[in-house]
Write a protein that binds this ligand. Structure first.
Ligand code: MG
Ligand code: MG
Length: 634
């Protein structure tokens, strides 16, 4: 399988784009005329530059408003085409994309269009060029790939074929299954893009909101499976118009793009019985059963403070690392590691971000396979020297620069706590408060990074995303999207901050980059947990009394129940399946906090409706007093 990406998909000048595209592992590009209009060399130089990067120009585009024109316009479009053929010759491009005519002058008529293409094909052959016809979703007469295919079929010229574009087919809700009846050798090129489902003008949607396969809501997999069924084994290319990508890092967007293609093609290979193209071998998406541990980096003093905080939450010190300044805290099935080593990754994380989560340990089905899949999808592996008696725990770099380790039960990895930690008798061990497991973690990032994280999690692990929701912070919107597994034992919320004045934005500014902003623990009885915490001096985040007045009205809660919630500062939500209770710790430093939740019945959400009240309370608290422990502060 050969992969390509349209140069318009990413930012930068031509040189920057080519460097990023080549580094991400693509075989070639689709070149847009505008890309070298701004370039300071000749078309021949541009072509050479592409080849110098080890890339090939796989498509030249676009050639617009061609078919079905009346005279004298018809003669002129053929002259225009001849000039483009010359240009393509200099560039070293062999395939030209002609998109369906949108001109009000276009006369329509399948046979008229077919005749025009037959003639264009005849002229193209003399230049060694082939023509691909693409139906734009907003084409005047041809706006459906089935009609474009009929034009190509009737043109009946070996140099005229079809270009398929997932956006144009799926945006118009056309059945991608209809592609299965097209012969694979008549499809000259395949362009892929996904998009979030938004009800808007097709052209505007296409030009601004496309994204990488797997990042949006369209059935790009169904589309590509249909393409594969035809026997197509040509180029698969990304053509993604997205305002954010055009302002983003060319390297990150290229890496995401290549990852999205490999992920998609791997899925196609697993679900379509006969596929003509080859895809790099990799293990299937990895099942994750949950978060095995969360590791904080801290200095000695703050490690002590963090330990005090964890004790207040009912954690006991359960182990000390055999060789390092690393402590293990435990409650229920939760493992929290506090690393205050003066060297190594945790220390460099501490220097960069202050006391913060530096490492997540995921419990997976197969740790070695996880790393193999992540590597195949372009993730960076992570290794640091292992001391005597320590395990070599497979790890990769996450998106925000943090580390992710993988534990499984297939090897000694499952016994890491016995092998690497000496048990500790904690003389100050507190009584547990009923925390059982990690319900979810919330990672905060700049809004532009969200799709990168989303693709990272969903392509490597057997997880899915839920629709994005807007969370209102008094200073602006925060977008929130959930990644979870089918069992609900792995839940990660991604929060994208659009500006630095929101609580989330302030957190990433102060902690120098995206990071875990809160950890939510699960309890089986939130009121009992609250009582035990109160006995230990825990003061929850104070919620406005107005919230409870509104809550009583919204859910018709009886007075007694409402009073219990109000007294304990517990937030409440309900969906068609069950109920949700949330209790928050104060903010630590610039906005890190703990949350305690209880789910009753099959409640599957995260209390999104409560988020704005929680944020308002946190902002009030931040203004009133500072809380010890500078989590998230340098
Ligand atoms: Mg296209
Ligand atoms: Mg939460």
């Amino acid at each position: 399988m050969r992969t390509a990406i349209a140069t318009v998909s990413i930012s930068g000048d031509l040189r920057e784009k080519l460097a990023a595209i080549a580094a991400a592992g693509f075989d070639g590009i689709e070149i847009f005329e505008n890309d070298f209009l701004a370039f300071d060399g000749s078309p021949r130089d541009a072509g050479q530059l592409v080849r110098d990067h080890g890339l090939e120009i796989m498509l030249f585009q676009p050639f617009r408003d061609f078919e079905g024109m009346p005279e004298p316009q018809r003669a002129r479009v053929f002259e225009r085409a001849e000039r483009k053929f010359d240009l393509m010759g200099e560039l070293g491009a062999e395939l030209m994309l002609v998109c369906s005519n949108v001109s009000p002058l276009c006369l329509g008529g399948i046979d008229r269009a077919a005749d025009d293409f037959a003639e264009l094909g005849e002229r193209a052959v003399r230049h060694g060029i082939r023509i691909g016809f693409e139906a734009l979703a907003w084409g005047r007469h041809v706006n459906d790939h089935r009609d474009a295919w009929e034009v190509v079929r009737r043109a009946d010229h070996p140099s005229v074929g079809l270009v398929l574009d997932s956006f144009h087919t799926l945006a118009r809700k056309l059945d991608p299954g209809s592609i299965r009846s097209i012969p694979g050798d008549r499809i000259f090129f395949v362009q892929l893009a996904d998009a979030p489902r938004i009800d808007m003008d097709l052209l505007y949607w296409s030009r601004h909101f496309r994204n990488m396969p797997g990042e949006g809501d369209l059935d790009v997999l169904g589309f590509m499976r249909a393409v594969a069924a035809t026997g197509y084994d040509g180029v698969v290319s990304l053509e993604v118009f997205n305002d954010q990508f055009r302002g983003g890092s060319p390297r990150t967007i290229s890496v995401d793009g290549h990852r999205s293609l490999l992920y998609l093609l791997d899925q196609v290979k697993r679900t379509e019985p006969r596929v003509a193209f080859s895809v790099p071998a990799m293990p299937d998406r990895i099942a994750v059963s949950g978060i095995e541990f969360i590791e904080f980096a801290a200095d000695q003093r703050e490690a002590g403070e963090l330990g005090g905080l964890l004790r207040q939450l009912g954690f006991r010190r359960a182990g000390h690392h055999i060789a390092k300044d690393v402590e293990l805290y435990r409650q229920g099935g939760i493992n929290i590691v506090v690393n205050s080593e003066p060297e190594g990754f945790a220390h460099s994380s501490y220097l960069m971000h202050g006391t913060a989560v530096c490492d997540l340990g995921l419990k997976v089905e197969d740790a070695a396979a996880t790393v193999e899949r992540a590597r195949a999808l372009g993730a960076d592996l992570f290794e640091q020297p292992v001391g005597p008696g320590e395990l070599k725990i497979p790890a990769i770099r996450g998106v925000g620069g943090g580390i992710m380790h993988f534990i499984d039960d297939r090897s000694d990895l499952g016994r890491v706590w016995e092998i690497e930690f000496d048990p500790v008798e904690d003389s100050q061990a507190p009584a547990e408060v009923g925390l059982l497991s990690i319900d979810h973690i919330a990672q905060t990032m700049r809004y532009e990074e969200m799709l990168t994280w989303l693709l990272f999690y969903t392509s490597i692990f057997r997880t899915h995303k839920t629709p994005m929701v807007d969370v209102v912070d008094p200073a602006g919107l925060v977008r929130s999207q959930v990644i979870e597994n089918a069992e609900g034992s792995l839940r990660i919320t991604l929060n994208g901050a659009e500006n630095r004045r929101t609580l989330a934005g302030r957190f990433i500014t102060e902690s120098f980059g995206s990071a875990v902003q809160h950890i939510a623990f699960h309890t089986g009885d939130i009121f009992a947990t609250w009582e035990r915490l109160t006995d230990r001096g825990f003061e929850p985040l104070e919620i406005s009394p107005n919230y409870y007045d509104d809550l009583g009205a919204r859910f018709a809660l009886d007075g007694e129940r409402l009073e219990r919630l109000r007294t304990a500062n517990i937030l409440y939500d309900r969906d068609e399946h069950g109920e949700y209770f949330q209790l928050y710790s104060p903010n630590h430093g610039e906005g890190f906090f703990f949350e305690i939740v209880e789910r009753r019945g099959g409640y599957g959400g995260y209390g999104a409706a409560n988020a704005q009240f929680r944020i308002a309370a946190q902002k009030r608290a931040l203004e009133r007093k500072s809380v010890p422990l500078a989590l998230g502060q340098r």
